[in-house]
Design a protein around this ligand. Structure first.
Ligand code: NAD
Length: 381
């Protein structure tokens, strides 16, 4: 089969779904690879690098979409991109199947198969294809770097001839994949790092990374997210009040706040309120990684950086993975390559789109003229 990757057309998107390395691996599965000219440039991969890896460089999006049987890309496809699909093509991409009915309808009408990378089941066997996690890991790391870039002091404490410098204090709210990456980066830079999550089971992980888990003064146990498959659910009003009271206590103390709190299929919970922003010291920095879903912080402006009257910088960028396009493209292309490995079990260049395979079934959102999202619940073992 021919696997092709077009240039991303979304403004500001620097990532690419195929790298010269991933193309080499795809060829070992018996596939031929195509790339649209310039598709990798913003991620640091030149056409010549692809050509040297045995990839055919084609000179237009039309040539790419018509020449490839399988198209791998990053961003949710536009209607024009979907127009290129047909019954003999498979598209592998982020697709937002839960919020993209038009896209599902169009892919169905075209008879094409679509594999949505965010729909890959989050089970151990599928971790190598889990693009949500690989991108969240980068976002968490980059959030700390961005915070440092906007913060006028060191992270680590120092005693120097020119004076004693206290370590920065960082609070990470939400210790999922992005939060844990932020915690690891923050502690490795030497900041005193605190973390909070509604799921108490992450406390051990937080502490093993050298951060301090923030416990609440609350009669009930902190919520147990394991009941909802490891994800958080909406907090009770009492729990929320206890959480906000703790944050009010911490606000004047911390220099940097990184928020990552999300609840599946909902707007992000507002957790860092206006009065907390006002209570922070001038020069403090907030990075709101939940900005895409409405933000955890009052005052976040999506895709912008604002400085409040009291001198607190609030960053609401939603493109952190794209800001590290070489790294994120490398990991994303590897996620895609693993998906292709599962789709090519005989390594003979022939795709077996096995709808009895839980991972492939879970990620497939349209198949042979049908919408197959949402998938059936996992089989009880
Ligand atoms: P997420 O992006 O949905 O949410 C981020 C974090 O915010 C979560 O830890 C959540 O508990 C927390 N949160 C929600 N409301 C909050 C609040 N009010 N205050 C503070 N924190 C709040 O999470 P994620 O990174 O996608 O991870 C979710 C779960 O999935 C975790 O249990 C993770 O270990 C698991 N996971 C499993 C796999 C796998 O097995 N393949 C891969 C990735 C993640």
């Amino acid at each position: 089969m021919k696997i092709g990757t077009p240039k991303e057309i979304e403004a500001g998107e620097n990532r690419v779904a195929m790298t010269p390395d991933s193309a080499r691996q795809l060829q070992k599965l018996g596939h031929d690879c195509l790339i649209e000219t310039g598709a990798g440039t913003r991620a640091g991969f030149a056409d010549a690098d692809y050509a040297a890896a045995g990839v055919e460089v084609v000179d237009s999006a039309d040539a790419l979409w018509s020449g490839a049987d399988i198209i791998a890309k990053v961003r949710i496809p536009t209607p024009d991109e979907l127009d290129h699909l047909s019954a003999d093509k498979t598209l592998i991409t982020f697709f937002n199947p839960g919020g993209n009915q038009d896209g599902l309808d169009k892919a169905k009408a075209k008879g094409a198969n679509v594999i949505a990378m965010e729909a890959v089941p989050r089970i151990s066997r599928a971790q190598k294809m889990d693009a949500l996690s690989s991108m969240a890991n980068i976002a968490g790391y980059r959030a700390v770097i961005e915070a440092g870039n906007n913060f006028g002091r060191f992270f680590t404490g120092q005693v120097t001839a020119a004076g004693k410098v206290p370590p920065a204090k960082v609070l990470v709210v939400g210790a999922g994949v992005a939060g844990l990456a932020a915690i690891g980066t923050s502690t490795s830079l030497g900041a005193i790092t605190y973390a909070f999550d509604v799921r108490p089971e992450v406390a051990e992980q937080v502490e093993s990374m050298g951060a301090e888990f923030v416990y609440l003064d609350f009669e009930e146990e902190q919520q147990d997210g394991s009941a909802s498959g490891g994800y958080a659910s909406v907090s009770s009003p009492e729990f929320r009040e206890a959480q906000l009271a703790k944050f009010r206590e911490l606000a004047p103390e911390v220099d940097i706040v990184i928020t990552t709190a999300l609840i599946p299929n909902r707007e992000a919970p507002k957790l860092w309120l206006d009065d907390m922003v006002k209570a922070m010291k001038p020069g403090s920095v907030i990075i709101d990684l939940a900005a895409e879903r409405g933000g955890n912080v009052e005052g976040t402006v999506k895709d912008e950086k604002v400085v409040t009257e009291n001198g607190v910088t609030i960053v609401g960028y939603t493109d952190f993975p794209s800001r590290m396009a070489t790294q994120s493209s490398t990991l994303y292309a590897t996620n895609i390559r693993h998906m292709m490995t599962d789709l090519t079990p005989e390594k003979d260049g022939k795709v077996n789109h096995d709808m009895d395979d839980d991972v492939i079934r879970g990620a497939t959102v349209t198949y042979q003229g049908e919408i197959t999202f949402p998938p059936p619940p996992p089989k009880v073992q």
